[in-house]
Design a protein around this ligand. Structure first.
Ligand code: AMP
Length: 402
């Protein structure tokens, strides 16, 4: 075959795809449990939306967007993230008041591909709009934490910081800038280039992290309102028994990000891509894209990274494989009855030998094999460790007994 998937993209097929499917189902279940309605938004948007809504000085916008002119000569961009689109959708909808939305889908960034860093990747996320309450922050953080844990990932650390707001951040940014200027000689060229434009982003730089250990911290510069907000978030997490670690280096280098910033880290993964998700409050975003002031908080989780951390445990997509001794037409009818009873079952349509059907069952890792011998005969139900013969009507209760 001369065609390969494009660089940095993956074919997700069985058996690994079953773990994806179960994780995405779990996401639907958990996000719904916390009251988030589904949103399904365009995969491409006007380029301006991301320039303004993600920020012109960010790496995502300057280096990573898939931007092209469509046939009508409009500049469009494959979405690199979900928040700008979600806030745009809320503002366009004309709805008022709190709005809770959950999404799941592919996102695109022109990255240097490696494990856990793909050009097409899958994110699930939520946005909780039109509330400035710290309780919303806690609820959002809790949902992400509970969901990640429910996928089976146990070694997850939650990092928390506050990056202040329009009141306290300007003075902080000035003191950070002064500190960075004094150390220009030791910093990477990339960091130096950011000192004037966006010094907060220097703190984000992994290459310079060890030289910035004593950099001024946002936490020491918070105004009273931001400090109260952070205390309320911490109190909420403590009430819910969610462990967290304060991380002063966790920043979002954009003006409309305010107060709470957090990240979920899979401690078992390589440090270069161990963040399985992140989020925070973005009270200035709606105005940055031309809307009315609308505070909000949310997160995005990287499903590819969660899969990587889970190590792709193989879960069969079938409950059973039906082996028919009397050909595929009877198998079709019997499979239909089992499927109606909720059993995930498959069978051979090509009239292969019984031996070949058993081989297929093993290849598909079906945990149970159901052998159909013909009308009036008992059905043989087999697993690795047990075997039973029952009338067809009793097969579904045999499964629910499992
Ligand atoms: P971000 O929007 O950059 O905060 O990303 C949120 C989460 O999405 C990250 O913590 C990652 O888990 C995931 N993610 C971001 N970019 C990529 C990528 N290029 N490949 C795979 N996962 C990604």
């Amino acid at each position: 075959m001369s065609f390969q998937p494009p660089k940095g993209t993956d074919d997700i097929i069985a058996p690994e795809s079953q773990t994806w499917r179960e994780t995405l189902r779990l996401w639907e279940d958990w996000s719904e449990r916390y009251g988030y309605a589904l949103i399904s938004l365009p995969i491409f948007e006007s380029t301006d939306l991301f320039e303004r809504g993600v920020g012109e000085t960010t790496e995502v916008v300057t280096k990573q967007m898939y931007t092209f002119a469509d046939r009508g000569d409009r500049s469009v961009t494959l979405r690199p993230e979900g928040t700008a689109g979600a806030v745009r959708a809320y503002l366009n909808s004309g709805k008022q008041g709190v709005w809770k939305a959950a999404y799941s889908g592919p996102f695109f960034r022109y990255e240097r591909p490696q494990a856990g860093r793909r050009r097409q990747f899958w994110q699930v996320g939520v946005e909780y709009l039109d509330t400035a309450s710290p309780v919303a922050d806690v609820e959002v953080i809790e949902l992400g934490y509970r969901f990640i844990t429910a996928t089976g990932l146990s070694d997850v650390a939650l990092l928390l910081n506050s990056i202040g707001d329009q009141v306290c951040r300007p003075a902080y940014v000035e003191s950070l800038r002064r500190y960075l200027r004094e150390r220009e000689a030791q910093l990477s060229a990339e960091a130096v280039a950011l000192i004037e434009r966006n010094p907060l982003r220097v703190l984000d730089s992994k290459a310079d992290a060890d030289k910035l250990l004593d950099a001024p911290r946002t936490l020491d510069h918070l105004c009273a309102d931001c400090a109260d907000h952070l205390e309320a978030v911490k109190r909420g997490l403590e009430t819910l028994g969610i462990p967290y670690k304060e991380d002063p280096a966790l920043v979002r280098g954009l003006d409309y990000y305010t107060r709470t910033a957090f990240e979920y880290v899979a401690t078992g993964l390589d440090t270069a891509q161990n963040a399985v998700g992140g989020g925070g409050r973005y009270d200035g975003l709606a105005e940055a894209i031309g809307g009315r002031p609308t505070p909000g908080v949310g997160f995005a989780l990287g499903v590819d990274r969660i899969m990587l951390a889970l190590g792709d445990p193989v879960r069969p997509h079938l409950d059973a494989y039906l082996v028919s001794e009397t050909g595929p037409e009877e198998a079709l009818r019997v499979a239909s009855l089992l499927r109606e009873a909720g059993i995930r079952v498959d069978f051979d349509v090509d009239g292969r030998s019984v031996k070949a059907q058993f081989r297929t069952a093993r290849r598909l890792a079906a945990p149970v094999i159901v052998v159909w011998r013909g009308e009036g005969r008992l059905v043989d139900v087999q697993t690795e460790s047990e075997r039973a013969e029952l009338p067809l009507e009793e097969v579904s209760s045999w499964f629910s007994r499992e």
